[in-house]
Design a binder for this molecule. Sequence first.
Ligand SMILES: Cc1ncc(COP(=O)(O)O)c(C=O)c1O
Length: 354
Amino acid sequence: MIDTLPIDIQQTSQSRIGELNLDQLVFGRTFADHMFVADFDGKEWTDLRIVPYGDMAFSPALMPLHYGQAIFEGMKAYKSADGEVLIFRPQENAARLNRSAHRLCMAEIPEDIFLAGLYELLKLDSQWVPQRDNYSLYIRPFMFATDEYIGVSPSKKYRFIIFNCPVGAYYSKPVKVKVETQYVRAAPGGTGAAKCAGNYAASLYPAKLAQEEGYDQLIWTDGAEHKYVEEAGTMNFMFVIDGKLVTPAVSDSILDGITRKSIVQIAKDWGMEVEERKVSIAELIENLENGRLQEAFGAGTAAVVSPISTIGYEGKNFELPEIKADSFANRVKAYLDDIKYGRVEDTHNWIVRL
Ligand SMILES: Cc1ncc(COP(=O)(O)O)c(C=O)c1O
């Protein structure tokens, strides 16, 4: 299963693992000892290496700093009760990174380099995968242009890196969201389905305005008419309406989330009806008012499942029913966690064991 490719390994002489304090973890601020690096020289991926995590020097003319050819992924590894490292669906992330690369006119990285680099890195840093409920190792693969050039054109050279952060739970309480009807995250024909840095930069200002109004996150609506809901912050958006799982169908303005895809599969396995289609704000508000909307939640790698307590729309707040212990969101999160920590049978072969 683990491909062996020539990866040069330069191990750190000063591991920081002794400083790791799981009780004080802030998401995304603690970095494991090593990182995997590979370079595309215009023709092929070369110089595969694992080096101590650390700073890099770059030219002020580095193209992505100006023209934005920068893409990334987010995924997690877990530690089972017997200490085994389990990675959730890494092939999906490799494939999505390459779809993003294609859209941003960047070099694609062969899946075997992505996976071999990841597996070698995790073997070396396996102590950084926390062995505690709700804790995991957040994995950040990313790629950026490395040509030094002023001029809008695709770079010829690229760098691919993977580094890791031990993390705990992302959101601790149900979130209050606001339906955004002025600003746009992604337009038809744009880059919304790609995980590129610019999408996130464009979301910051509207998210800040919503936070100033007391909301945690935004519900993005379609860029053409602001009529249909698309995503919940940096998560996919899901509802339970009349016992059915309903979620916006993926499109060129919605990121094809791996958590979303997994939840849709589990719901179908459980015999639940699933509708992947356009969901209008009008339908959402109507179902909120008539009580048919039983649950609303965000789904994504960081938070896994993030229940929504309040939806704000045009100055009015709609409260969702109280989240019950046996809600679909809670049950599916618990089941996904059981798969990820190796506590139940992995019937769909989603887990890679190191
Ligand atoms: C915009 C956006 N939508 C959805 C998701 C959820 O995708 P996944 O479940 O693969 O993490 C993410 C996070 O990765 C995201 O950034």
